[in-house]
Design a protein around this ligand. Structure first.
Ligand SMILES: C[S@@+](CC[C@H](N)C(=O)[O-])C[C@H]1O[C@@H](n2cnc3c(N)ncnc32)[C@H](O)[C@@H]1O
Length: 789
């Protein structure tokens, strides 16, 4: 900087009165990056020649670059007035207007520049960029195409053309555009990364790796290149490499939401049983659990594995399996609590449901042991246990999350009621009382219990974050939901007896009881579809720029939130039969800062009144709970506009074969759909069938979800041929199944990746017969309503 100053100063001294020379020097200084001195030169020129378009232009650009876009707009407007035929001045003005958020004016300036004769490639390029940021990818394609026609060596324009084409769903043309960018500039990092990403998803893995490694060599600090490499590694079955690449990506850019989601996905699929030192991985999982915006539940399996491998809890699990009475006694002496106080356990307990029978066994014994110790008064608790009181509060949050699914004896139930009565009569006064209250919350929610007020008062004296978390979960949030429920509009009532019974089930047990979900960076809907099904083309992707979406049977809002955050510009209406579910949904949406999702209570069968013309309708796990799924499906189809998309999820007969067996077992033995019977059923089932596929369902570990899985009042199951017949009858186009990466890879290995086969119901039917667990997570598939011929 001082060097430039000296040189500029000398130059200015040499030719104080030569504006042309001063201007030339201003330009040189500007291109060297010495903006301050360049600005001084421009001002000197403007003193002598106040209408110099060049000086106004350079000075305007400098202001725009140094964070004064308002001043830049003034200077550039003057420059444009003085030199009306210069496209670059209009482009600079447009960029400054864009920085101020004045998009329509910026667009008008770019379009004006595009109409000028001469070198307007930059103007078309700038227009394309503006259109793309506004979600108008199809229009952006036109602008970029013109830019590349005018200047075929314009690598950036080819690259951005490719990006816009990806967003419109035209993968083949996008690939061509990225290749054209690389022809123009072989080391264009963005084009390499974008081409690599495209190939990593759908193309040749060998070429994808080559391209991405080149990109990484050129820009080792770019996290998204590592993400693409990781995706490729997962696609080719190299999970360990994927994990390493993604961990590097999140460390490079800890604010990148997508990188964390990818990392958590890779972590969830990992197996640490063979690693020498699992402790660092335990710390990594803990770090993921501390992050917002990722679905913590995905880490349930790996958390349990690392809790077993990397903490003292593993030993206690084995102990509980061998000698449960000894573990109960140890709980009363707080020995196990010390092990459970491990940071990974403390991070997992309030955030995800631990789907591990060994851990469940241990936690059930610990809970019972502590209850035994306090049943005759909190003197029964040693000082040591009070030190680990926070573990009890966290355990209570785990028990709430799992719907109080752990089995309890009649003695325990009685002891809890006695404790409730004592605390109700005496109030919560001592540290021991606080732990005792926490213990009650391990058996039943605190909501409405007679000692809640005194508990809240007592909690103020010791600001323990885990106790506060418990009070928020079990006192504050239920109150919030009660209040929110009152404002949810109702459109019609349950239309028939099945709807009534289904409604009653979900009013009592809303589904799912979820805590966190992946918060994706929004993408244009056609882009999402082309990522899933590259063979799907969109004639008019611009129609999805701000899609109107219906989530039919949204449950507790997880689904609605995912839809709202995943698709760019989404305008979401979500409905359900169950008001309790909708209240939970509203609270969770508000918690995520989303107050624009329209919720209402009603029956799909009564949706005739709804305005038609939805661009997308999603209904997951709903139609199979209706008396006549086709009746609901027909109504949803009617609500869709021609060209609109539909995503449906339905139970698979084959994947649920063990569920069917268990349902028969339940019917035979007469278990009812009550909390006590569901707990009893689980205990008896585990004893009689210690290792069945049922234990692999997450639903098995959560009381409400176990009811949904095995005790539902109405359940239809589908086969792929039946889905085919429904889709034909509805006159819809089948676009494809949404499956996990390993399933897709196995299908491609068996049948190939041609579009015709990927969307062939016959091929998928054959595949499912060979791999009957393929659709354990339901058939999830996309449909499109054809445009009239
Ligand atoms: C298994 S839950 C699925 C919730 C949500 N789609 C998800 O995936 O998280 C099924 C939901 O469908 C709702 N449902 C069932 N039949 C319905 C109907 N006829 N009209 C509206 N909602 C219905 C239930 O109330 C329940 O909340």
């Amino acid at each position: 900087m001082p060097k430039h100053r000296r040189r500029g100063g000398a130059a200015a001294r040499r030719a104080p009165n030569d504006p042309s020379r001063t201007l030339a020097e201003a330009l040189t200084l500007y291109s060297r990056g010495d903006l301050e001195l360049a600005a001084q030169h421009c001002r000197r020129v403007l003193k002598g020649r106040p209408r110099s378009a060049d000086a106004l232009n350079i000075l305007g650009v400098i202001h725009a670059r140094t964070g004064s876009p308002g001043e830049a707009v003034k200077l550039l407007t003057r420059a444009a007035r003085e030199a009306p035929g210069r496209p670059e001045v209009l482009v600079n003005l447009g960029l400054a207007l864009e920085a101020l958020g004045r998009h329509p004016e910026a667009e008008a300036r770019y379009r004006e520049a595009c109409r000028l004769p001469g070198r307007t490639a930059q103007a078309h390029f700038a227009l394309g960029n503006l259109l793309r940021t506004q979600g108008r990818a199809a229009e952006a394609v036109g602008a970029y195409l013109r830019a590349t026609e005018l200047d075929p060596s314009f690598a950036e324009a080819h690259n951005n053309l490719g990006v816009a084409l990806v967003e419109t769903g035209d993968r083949a043309a996008a690939e061509e555009a990225f290749r054209a960018a690389l022809d123009a500039q072989p080391d264009h990092v963005d084009a390499l990364a974008n081409l690599g990403a495209l190939l990593a998803h759908h193309g040749s893995p060998v070429e994808a790796e080559h391209v991405l490694l080149r990109a990484r060599q050129l820009a080792p600090e770019r996290p998204e290149i590592l993400q693409h490499l990781a995706l490729l590694a997962r696609r080719t079955g190299q999970g360990g490499q994927a994990l390493d690449a993604l961990w590097a990506a999140v460390r490079l850019n800890p604010d990148n939401a997508g990188a964390w989601i990818d990392f958590v996905d890779a972590l969830a699929a990992a197996d640490f049983s063979e690693v020498d030192d699992p402790a660092p991985y335990a710390e990594v999982v803990r770090a993921c659990l501390a992050r917002e915006g990722v679905e913590h539940q995905k880490l349930a399996k790996v958390s349990a594995q690392l809790i077993r491998l990397a903490t003292d809890v593993g030993g206690w699990i084995e102990h509980a399996e061998r000698d449960p009475a000894a573990v109960r006694a140890a709980a009363a002496r707080a020995e196990v609590l010390a092990a459970l106080a491990h940071p990974l356990v403390c991070a997992a307990l309030p955030r995800l449901v631990l789907t591990d029978l060994g851990l469940e066994r241990l936690l059930t014994e610990v809970r019972a042991g502590l209850l035994e110790a306090v049943r005759d008064g909190t003197e029964g608790l040693p000082a040591e246990a009070l030190r680990y009181g926070h573990v009890v509060f966290l355990l209570a949050r785990q028990c709430w999350l799992n719907g109080y699914v752990y089995v309890r004896t009649a003695d325990e139930a009685e002891a809890v009621e006695a404790l409730v009565a004592r605390l109700g009569a005496e109030g919560v006064r001592t540290a021991g009382d606080l732990v005792a209250a926490g213990l009650v919350a391990c058996y039943r929610p605190l909501t409405d219990l007679p000692f809640v007020d005194s508990l809240v008062e007592a909690a103020k004296a010791i600001p323990d974050p885990d106790l506060i978390g418990l009070l928020v979960q079990q006192v504050q949030e239920p109150l919030d939901e009660e209040e929110l429920a009152a404002d949810i509009p109702v459109h019609g009532t349950a239309a028939n007896r099945v709807s009534e019974a289904v409604q009653a089930q979900y009013e009592e047990h809303p589904y799912p009881r979820w805590a966190s979900v992946d918060m994706h960076t929004p993408e244009p809907l056609p882009h999402v579809i082309s990522g899933l099904f590259p063979w799907v083309n969109f004639d008019d992707p611009a129609r999805f720029a701000s899609p109107r979406i219906l989530v039919a049977g949204c449950g507790t809002g997880r689904h609605a939130l995912m839809v709202r955050t995943h698709y760019r510009g989404a305008r979401v209406t979500a409905m359900d039969l169950s008001r309790t579910s909708l209240a939970y949904a509203r609270r969770k949406l508000l918690e995520a800062g989303l107050d624009d999702v329209q919720l209402f209570q009603g029956d799909i069968l009564e949706l005739e009144h709804l305005e038609t013309g939805f661009d997308l309708i999603e209904s997951s796990g709903v139609l199979h709970h209706m008396e006549d799924p086709m009746a609901g499906w027909r109504i949803l189809t009617r609500l869709l506009r021609p060209g609109g998309l539909m995503k449906i999820a339905l139970y698979s007969e084959l994947a649920r074969r063990e569920v069917v067996e268990a349902r028969a077992w339940i019917a035979e033995r007469g278990y009812e759909a009550t909390p006590d019977d569901i707990r009893r059923f689980r205990r008896d089932w585990i004893e009689a069938h210690p290792e069945t596929g049922l234990q692999d369902f997450r639903d098995f570990y959560i009381l409400e979800e176990c009811r949904d899985l095995l005790f539902h009042v109405q359940e239809h199951r589908f086969t792929i041929p039946r889905i085919g017949a429904c889709v034909d009858e509805l006159g819809l186009e089948f676009l494809g199944f949404e499956v996990t990466q390993p399933v897709r890879a196995a299908f491609e290995a068996r049948f190939g990746a041609e579009a015709d086969v990927m969307r062939s119901l016959e091929a998928w039917d054959a595949f499912e017969r060979e791999h009957p667990d393929t659709f354990l997570g339901m058939y999830q598939f996309w449909l499109r309503k054809p445009e009239p011929a």
